[in-house]
Design a protein around this ligand. Sequence first.
Ligand SMILES: [Mn+2]
Length: 617
Amino acid sequence: MRRRNFRYLLIIGGVWIGGGLLFYINKGSEKDPNPALRLKDEIIAETGLGVGPIESNGSLKRRESPDFDDNNDISGLEDEKMVGGGLRRDISIENLNNDIITTKSSSNEVDWKYFDERGYVAKDALKENEDIYGRNQFNQKASDSIASNRDIPDTRGGECRKREWPSSSTLPPTSVIITFHNEARSALLRTIVSVLNRSPDELIHEIILVDDFSDDADAGHDLAKINKVKVLRNSKREGLMRSRVKGADAATSSILTFLDSHCECNKNWLEPMLVRVAEDPHRVVCPIIDVISMENFDYIGASADLRGGFDWNLVFKWEYISKEERALRKNDPTQPIKSPMIAGGLFMIDKAYFNKIGKYDMLMDIWGGENLEISFRVWQCGGELEIIPCSRVGHVFRKKHPYTFPGGAGHVFARNTRRAAEVWMDEYKKYYYSAVPLAKTIPFGNIQERLNLKKNLHCKPFKWYLENVYPELKTPHHDDVQFGAMAQGHYCLDTLGQSERGGPIGLYTCHGSGGNQEWSLSKDGYVKHAGDLCLSVPGEVEELTAGSSLHLRLCNKSMQQQWRYLPESGQLQHLGSALCLDTAIGQLTVQTCNPHTYTQKWKWKFPGASSASQDSV
Ligand SMILES: [Mn+2]
């Protein structure tokens, strides 16, 4: 059964692109009228409130209460803090633990519907001839041109649309925490507006923005005018983990909802998650993450049959749930999906539980590895990770990070990942180091506090996690001397779907997802696939000739199946005939060994080790 699943994974392997497997569902279908979604300009026109005519520079002139101080252009919060005077009347600034908190008097708050969106976005508009991808790695021009309260398709399945959710009065409200660093104003504002626009008012206690020392302090600061929005600003770059913990500590409701800063919440996104967490605070839940195109900001529904996983390189990936689970989901598509890992950018957690299980690893920097760490921690320490299919939130997936990492992205990612591996993976961390040998050279700092936490919470070992949460992640057998894909350039040894009685096997473009390209070399010289199939030469070994093709046969300890790998030349030599595995004639054969020929050179690669790191949210 497992073998069949892997084969299936291979078939779909070709459609892996960065952030996941996308299914264009509901696209182009008629738009579900969303009563909560009203066009801001219409409201403004109806009520005559809020704005005057559009000025030539594209910004709107406000007509607000007389003490609304619109002209006071604050250029630097830090400066203001140091001067200690001259604060705006509507917005005061406190200094708490070296960070800046922007608060406001309620009389000057505005509902999001009356926030001067155009003026706010225009302050950071692209310059003429500027690269539209230059600042954000997504099309800022497209983002800037799209209203914060635009309509988006309701991407939920039919059963989710039909389902009634408990009334708001029976659910606890949440604090939404959004951390950001140099986010495009339009994307950040749209995230906030989508929260306020598509959630029952009484369920949003507050939105806490944590500005992780963006170059432009006003981008966050100006949003503090919006009802329910609170802004914290770090006085130096802290990274995602410490910023989120600051936001969480400042939150005053019992449920935390973490969002990325370029998201759009969809219809009824909040209730299905709140129900699960309110029922059982050990559940850490995520929405299905729909895709907002980085090219044109189209909103595209994602498949509901995915969950989060990883290979031994510890890079997050989306993967299909099993055939059995898909069959179960057909009966009730509203049921949560257990996920070995969360993408990390968007999730909801009970605040007391977040605190109890150790928040985040505060010694991790910037980005990366934290989702791995919190995923292992939640599962191993008694919680559960769930994807809630009736909750949908869009996210702009990018190919690379728009901002720089102090110390370099690869280094920071490896350091964080190493911290997670060292604390949570016990002896299994060796497979990570085999997959990413360079990681061993990167210092990961002190982890004693996290080890103490693990001990005090009586967390289960990683072995338990592998057996109960992620049995699909296969461990190399203890007899294996090599494990993973056998690569020759961009091509990998591949079963081509053949099984124990099948025809010749061959080469296929390396896809890095294991499956038909997953092999192991045991100590006694068998090249195995899926545990019980062995790479075999045909016929009697004594009669084997150069040019013979290779097959898969059930492992039977015969001479036909015995090989040795010569690491220096990269050759795989058949013991009985002394011929070498070769691709010279465009197909896989055995040929007379020649250590200098490229077509006999093989490299062992861990599955997934070649797949690129991604903005996994
Ligand atoms: Mn993101």
